[in-house]
Design a protein around this ligand. Sequence first.
Ligand code: HEM
Ligand code: HEM
Length: 293
Amino acid sequence: MLHPRAFKVTVVWTLFLLYVGSVVHATESSLACPDWPTCFGTMVPEMTGGVFWEHLHRLIAGGLVLMFMLATWLARKETQHRPWILRACVAGLVLLVVQSVFGGLTVIYQLPDMVSTTHLSLAFVFLALATVLAAATAQPAASGEDFGPGVGRRLSILAAIGAGVVFLQSALGALVRHTEAGMACPDIPLCLGRVVPPLVNLQITAHFTHRVLAIITLLLVLYLVGWAYRAEVPASLRKRLAAAAFLVVAQVVLGVASVLMVLAVAPVSLHTLFAAALLSVLVWIATVSRQER
Ligand code: HEM
Ligand code: HEM
């Protein structure tokens, strides 16, 4: 069967697209193409400077739409006895169209905060959906391995809560980024020299809340992984759990590095990528354990 692989490729492709999208912002290339859907009136502009990143991002986005359509077509037989897969595919295609329009609106209206923040949030929603499809269709490969009694159910709930918290934290992170609040607390671990800074404006409040929610996210994901390692879970899931633990720790390190390195391109772009990868791994764990329970 080809469609499980096609959905997996879609997930990896989306991660790459998210990373390049983040580089677009970090390199201040967001308005390098002043028009949309063309770039300087053409689909094949000279790929130099900021145009390289902005137009590359658009080309990868176009490729993602084609890839996801191919995966949907390949899955057509499975959708006959699992109709929800077809509904999820249609929702995914609608999301991609809406997402592309939001991408265009960021350019046409010159980066309004809420449009840019929504652009990141919708990207994460699409990534989660593509991951559910990849995990649900890849399921037969993992069969034969069992959970202990009640373990699958509890793990799926914990992983779903973890994914929800990572999503909220990421949307808040995008707000921090697009309201120029990345350096609202230039010191770390304190914020403006205080454990709790004076929350006098949106920037300081958003930045400080992002740090507090980071601690909650870290503890929650590490608790989930520790609990699952002690419980009876299939060996194939242990690898994903180890990946979740690595990603959440690395994500906090990258967040700290982003501040210490005054929002340098490398740490902030990897910070977006690792957040997305963490979300995807947790959604995968939640989907697989829900089906196995
Ligand atoms: C042709 C369609 C698209 C256009 C014109 C477009 C345009 C842009 C632009 C201009 C930025 C920089 C935004 C800023 O600096 O605030 C950006 C960032 C980004 N794009 Fe797109 N985009 C498109 C499609 C997509 C798709 C389909 C996805 C994902 C499914 C996506 C995910 C992202 C992400 C994650 C960022 C980083 C946002 C952030 O750093 O907060 N884009 N895009
Ligand atoms: C698990 C924990 C964390 C997650 C899931 C997370 C996620 C994110 C995401 C998705 C963004 C938006 C990136 C974008 O729009 O492209 C962001 C922005 C940001 N995060 Fe985090 N973050 C976490 C922890 C931290 C920590 C501990 C810090 C340290 C202070 C931090 C500092 C920042 C900063 C400064 C930005 C803005 C970057 C910019 O302006 O370019 N984050 N975060």
